[in-house]
Design a protein around this ligand. Structure first.
Ligand SMILES: [Zn+2]
Length: 167
């Protein structure tokens, strides 16, 4: 399973809206494996979305179990055709992204979300996430709409920071 190259801002391919997954066969399993490996190889990799590796499909992975900040989490979530169906709370927090390796930013996110998605077999699933995992999930789902965290900051002057170190 190869580690895939990550597209970086301002690559216009990051701005595309991803297509739904309809084929739950071996190609999907292979892509999920590659995404997991690429996420694990990245600095601070708690999530990855398929458009970041130039695959314009509605797939993202979130894994907060190895986060620097301990948090309630589901371990590895393989989210196919995910959709957030409930939001609650609101909180500002710092985010980074493998596609914007030189910056972090303060971004407002819901503190709790409910996400409907399909697993790798195509079965419907529901995940309830909170705190840092909810943030990671919202960040990764944004990639499927061509939205980057930089698009969500209130003030590019005050809320974006050069990154000093990873993790
Ligand atoms: Zn990202």
């Amino acid at each position: 399973m190869p580690i895939l190259p990550i597209l970086t801002y301002p690559d216009p391919r990051l701005k595309r809206i991803a297509e739904p997954v309809t084929d739950f066969g071996p190609d999907l399993a292979a892509l999920l494996g590659d995404l997991a490996e690429t996420m694990a190889a990245g600095p601070g990799g708690v999530g990855i979305a398929a458009p970041q590796v130039d695959r314009c499909v509605r797939i993202c992975l979130v894994d907060c179990s190895k986060s620097r900040r301990p948090c309630v989490n589901h371990g590895l979530l393989e989210l196919i055709n995910p959709e957030i169906v409930e939001w609650s709370g609101m909180e500002v927090g710092r985010e980074g992204c493998m596609s914007l390796p030189d910056f972090t930013a303060n971004v407002v996110r819901a503190t709790e979300v409910v996400c409907q998605y399909q697993d790798r077999e195509g079965n419907e699933q529901v995940a309830h996430a909170e705190g840092f995992e909810a943030r990671a999930l919202q960040h990764e789902l944004d990639h499927l709409e061509g939205t980057l965290f930089i698009d969500r900051v209130v003030s590019k002057k005050r809320d974006v920071f050069p990154r000093k170190r990873y993790r």
